[in-house]
Design a protein around this ligand. Structure first.
Ligand code: ADP
Ligand code: MN
Ligand code: MN
Ligand code: MN
Length: 333
C-alpha cells in the first residue's frame, strides 16, 4: 500500500490570542483525510480529565513544504458531540456568510507581520536602531530590505498550495512585510489566511527566523502591524452609495469591532503611524489616517469596496469577517 502525508492545522485556545498548532498523519492513497482528535488539555481547549477534542477538516490543499502528494488540512475544532468547540470562531463566521450568501460578499485581507532574529527584528543592529522610517516601504537594496528570500519562498508556497494570495510588499518598518489574501468569500478567506500564516512560521523554521503578528513589535517611532480588511457586497461593487452606507454601518458599531479586532489594539491605533485612534471612528476617501478608507479609484468609479484599517495583525480573520458581515449586511437587509 502507498501513503501520503497530511499535516492537520488548527487554531488553539490560547488567551488572549490564539495560536496555530499542527500534527501529521499518514493516510493510505485513495482515502480522504478523516476527522481526527488531539489532546485539548495541552492547547487550552479542554480540562485534563476530559481532554479529547475533534479536528474536522474544512479546507484541504497541497502541502508545498513536504511536496509530492502531501496535503495541508485546515481544521475546525469540535467537541466530541460534534458541536463547535467554544474556541471555534469559524462556525459563527460560516453561519453569518450563509445568512447573507445572496449579497455575494468578498474579502481581501492585508496581513502585515515582522521577522525576528532572536530578540530583535531581522537585520536590526545589536545595539541602537536602524535609520528612521521613510525609505523602507516597498524598498529595494541590502541596506533596506531584510528577509526577502523567505518572503519569496512564502509567496511561492502560497501559490503552490492554491491559496488566494494576491501580492506582497515590504512595509514601513524594516523587517516588516505584508501579503494579501483575496478577494474571496468568508469563511474561505479565513481558511486561506490561517494556512498562509502557518506557512509563514513553518518556512521561517528553515531559515532560523521567526515571524510574529505582534501588532506593535517595537515601541517608539515605528509602525505597528495591521490586517486591513477590504470588503464588498455585490451591490457595493455596482453602487457608491452602498459603499458609503457600509462605512456608516461600521461607524454605528465601532466599539464592538474594536474589542474584537485583536489584543493590544490600543497600542497600535494611536492616531499616529497611519492609524486613526481607537477612541474615534472616521472614514474618508484616500485617507490613511482614517478608520475606514474608501480607495480613490472607488470614489472615481462610483463603485467598488471599502478598507477597514482597524484590524490588528494578530486578529482572528473568522471573527473580523463574521463581524463585518453582521454589521454591514445586517444594516443593508
Ligand atoms: P493597500 O493600498 O491598502 O495597501 P492592497 O493592494 O495591499 O491595498 O490590498 C487590497 C486588497 O483588497 C487586496 O487583497 C485585494 O484583493 C482586495 N480587493 C480588491 N477589490 C476588492 C473588492 N471588490 N472587495 C473586496 N476586496 C477587494
Ligand atoms: Mn497593502
Ligand atoms: Mn500595509
Ligand atoms: Mn491597506
Amino acid at each position: 500500500m502507498s501513503f501520503y502525508k497530511a499535516e492537520y492545522i488548527w487554531v488553539d485556545g490560547s488567551q488572549p490570542t490564539s495560536k496555530l498548532r499542527s500534527k501529521g498523519m499518514v493516510i493510505p492513497v485513495g482515502e480522504e483525510p478523516p476527522t481526527w482528535g488531539f489532546d485539548g488539555s495541552s492547547t487550552n481547549q479542554a480540562p485534563g480529565e476530559n481532554s479529547d477534542c475533534v479536528l474536522n477538516p474544512v479546507f484541504i490543499c497541497p502541502d508545498p513544504v513536504r511536496g509530492g502528494n502531501s496535503k495541508l488540512v485546515m481544521c475546525e475544532v469540535l467537541l466530541t458531540d460534534m458541536t463547535p468547540h467554544p474556541s471555534n470562531t469559524r462556525a459563527a463566521c460560516a453561519a453569518a456568510a450563509e445568512k447573507y450568501a445572496a449579497m455575494d460578499t468578498w474579502f481581501g485581507i492585508e496581513q502585515e507581520y515582522t521577522y525576528f532574529d532572536g530578540a530583535k527584528p531581522l537585520g536590526w543592529p545589536d545595539n541602537g536602531f536602524p535609520a528612521p522610517q521613510g525609505g523602507y516601504y516597498c524598498g529595494v537594496g541590502a541596506d533596506e530590505v531584510f528577509g526577502r528570500p523567505i518572503v519569496e519562498e512564502h509567496m511561492d508556497a502560497c501559490l503552490a498550495a492554491g491559496l488566494a494570495i494576491s501580492g506582497i510588499n515590504g512595509e514601513v518598518m524594516p523587517a516588516q512585510w505584508e501579503f494579501q489574501i483575496g478577494p474571496i468569500g468568508a469563511p474561505a478567506v479565513g481558511d486561506h489566511l490561517w494556512v498562509a500564516r502557518w506557512l509563514l512560521y513553518r518556512l521561517g523554521e528553515r531559515h532560523g527566523v521567526s515571524a510574529t503578528l505582534d501588532p506593535k513589535p517595537m515601541r517608539g517611532d515605528w509602525n505597528g502591524a495591521g490586517a486591513h480588511t477590504n470588503f464588498s457586497t455585490s451591490l457595493m461593487r455596482e453602487d457608491y452609495d452602498a459603499c458609503v452606507a457600509a462605512a456608516e454601518a461600521l461607524k454605528s458599531r465601532h466599539d464592538l469591532h474594536i474589542v474584537n479586532y485583536g489584543h493590544r489594539i490600543e497600542e497600535r491605533l494611536t492616531g499616529m503611524h497611519e492609524t486613526c485612534s481607537y477612541k474615534e471612528f472616521r472614514y474618508g476617501v484616500s485617507d490613511r489616517g482614517a478608520s475606514v478608507r474608501i480607495p480613490w479609484q472607488v470614489a472615481r468609479d462610483r463603485k467598488g469596496y471599502i478598507e477597514d484599517r482597524r484590524p490588528n495583525a494578530n486578529c482572528d480573520p473568522y471573527v473580523v469577517t463574521g463581524l463585518i458581515l453582521e454589521t454591514v449586511c445586517g444594516a443593508a437587509s
